[in-house]
Design a protein around this ligand. Structure first.
Ligand SMILES: CC(C)(COP(=O)(O)OP(=O)(O)OC[C@H]1O[C@@H](n2cnc3c(N)ncnc32)[C@H](O)[C@@H]1OP(=O)(O)O)[C@@H](O)C(=O)NCCC(=O)NCCS
Length: 158
């Protein structure tokens, strides 16, 4: 592993947007991203940096004692290297330190790659939001992890 994880800063937004726009059928706008990043009381954005460039990012939201994974993306060329896992490991460690025990997210029904990643972290499907995505009309699976402190959360990298 040659990248490092740190809190995202405004200067990272343009590189995050390049990944966002190439990886999501319904990308966020730069304005939405900056709004999110500018709200550190309830949001936490991190980036994976390699050779001074953003190769992945993660945005989470705190809702009382829950963590919501809002977005995660990895540069296409860097997929399968463990970048997403290291972003999630860092965020879940931070969440545990804050006393947060539960986490949730939505993932497109067809996104089996991301689902496999989340299942490794102990997330379980609890429901379906029909027609969740405006553009693709795809359903979203709602996943929950009810015990972020459980042994094995984070898979073999922890
Ligand atoms: C989903 C995504 C974030 C994964 O990022 P990544 O850095 O490639 O993931 P990692 O390398 O940490 O791999 C974690 C797990 O993802 C899955 N995965 C990674 N590469 C894979 C591949 N080539 N084929 C199938 N599964 C793969 C595996 O479960 C893998 O664990 P393992 O290889 O140890 O068994 C990335 O593919 C991405 O940005 N996708 C587009 C945006 C997106 O779908 N975001 C999620 C929205 S909910």
């Amino acid at each position: 592993m040659t990248w490092s994880i740190r809190l995202a800063e405004r200067r990272d937004a343009r590189e995050i947007m390049v990944i966002e726009e190439t990886r999501f059928p319904e990308p966020w706008s730069l304005g939405m991203l900056l709004d999110e990043m500018g709200n550190p009381a309830t949001r936490r954005y991190t980036v994976a940096i390699e050779d001074a460039h953003v190769i992945g990012y993660l945005g989470v939201m705190f809702v009382i004692d829950e963590l919501h994974v809002n977005t995660i993306g990895v540069r296409h060329a860097d997929e399968g290297r463990g970048v997403a896992r290291s972003l999630l490991d860092e965020a879940f460690a931070d969440a545990r330190a804050r006393g947060i025990r539960r986490a949730t997210l939505e993932v497109a029904a067809s996104n089996t790659r991301a689902q496999r990643l989340y299942f490794r972290y102990g997330f379980k499907p609890v429901g379906v939001r029909k027609n969740y995505y405006e553009k693709t009309h795809e359903d979203a699976l709602v996943l929950w992890n009810d015990d972020l402190t459980a042994a094995g959360v984070g898979g073999p990298t922890l």
